[in-house]
Design a protein around this ligand. Structure first.
Ligand code: SER
Length: 318
């Protein structure tokens, strides 16, 4: 039976994944952790064990793993791309030392590890369209540097120590439960909030900038599917390209307009986040994930827009 520790459990992915995993594996078998308590997550903190864990503190992390006899670590605690450019030293510390501590305790306690990489693991010299699984990875953001190094470190722990490491390169993730914290793809989340509240959104990403995206239910499905995938079928491990759609601001706006016809989009481009977006792929080739563990996303842009607007409307009490 799996005994799972989720780091960053109160973040955008963790808050939904933890509850999803508790349904599959049982409340007592999924330990949520975060470096601090956050308001608004009472259900999560009360539905099972919750521990304070700062992943940069290897001793604290190891104590929690041993205390609960954890055998699977889903490591989500990380600094995202835009914050990483503001605070590169912090991004290195949390993303690299955090992952190193996770891998070390996994080696000592024989745990499996899942941790996400990102489209940020690619850079300007990567082929932009239909970006292959195995290609040039020379990112120019600190976040991207930590993601590539993290992929390599996870591969190293698998080959050298036999730690069962697995990961995907997530695109921008769109969800209504918890806001993302300081990413470049966040515009595609904020646009839905503003569409409902103000019928208008000012995008910090320029017209024509395509990026890969995915609705959260598909992202959760990717994690649970890869976690349980037959290891004999995995040629790759860290990390699989996965995507569900690729769009630019005008296309998501057009999708919203089908439901809110008066919605308007304008632009006030942030040069830092635009430069990051310009260095990332337009669209990923995720055939390796499809072939090796049956990746099969359910939501396209319009299906996501419909569900997002319905769910957010209820959440915002509109
Ligand atoms: N959504 C992330 C970001 O924008 C990409 O991994 O930073």
């Amino acid at each position: 039976m799996r005994k799972i520790l989720v780091t960053g459990a109160l973040g955008q992915i963790g808050s939904e994944l933890t509850m999803g995993l508790r349904k599959i594996y049982g409340n007592d078998n999924v330990i949520a952790s975060s470096r601090r308590i956050k308001e608004g997550h009472e259900d999560l903190m009360e539905s099972g064990v919750f521990e304070i864990v700062n992943v940069t503190d290897g001793k604290q992390l190891a104590e929690v793993v041993r205390k609960h006899k954890v055998n699977t670590i889903i490591h989500l605690a990380a600094i995202l791309s835009a914050v990483g450019e503001e605070k590169p030293a912090l991004a290195w510390d949390v993303n690299m030392n955090g992952l190193y501590n996770v891998l070390e305790v996994a080696r000592e306690e024989n745990c499996a590890v899942f941790t996400p990489s990102s489209i940020a693991a690619f850079g300007d010299s990567t082929p932009k369209d239909n970006t292959p699984q195995d290609t040039i990875q020379r990112p120019n953001t600190m976040y991207g540097v930590t993601k590539v190094a993290g992929e390599l470190l996870c591969d190293y722990y698998y080959h050298k120590f036999g730690v069962d490491t697995r990961g995907v390169r997530f695109p921008g993730l769109i969800s209504y439960e918890t806001l993302p914290g300081g990413g470049t793809t966040d515009y595609a989340v904020h646009i839905y909030y503003d569409a409902l509240k103000n019928k208008k959104y000012t995008s910090f990403i320029a017209k024509g900038t395509k990026m890969d995206m995915m609705y959260m239910p598909d992202a959760l499905d990717a994690i649970t599917k890869l976690l349980e995938a037959d290891p004999s079928k995995l040629i790759h491990r860290n990390a699989f390209n996965v995507t569900a759609m690729s769009f630019e601001p005008e296309e998501i706006a057009a999708s919203i307009k089908k439901i809110i016809p008066e919605f308007e989009l304008d632009y006030d481009v942030d040069p830092v986040r635009q430069a990051i977006a310009d260095s990332w792929p337009n669209s990923l080739d995720d055939s390796a994930a499809r072939e090796e563990w049956g990746w099969d996303p359910k939501y396209d842009l319009d299906a996501m827009t419909k569900d997002m607007l319905e769910k957010l409307k209820i959440k915002l009490g509109l």
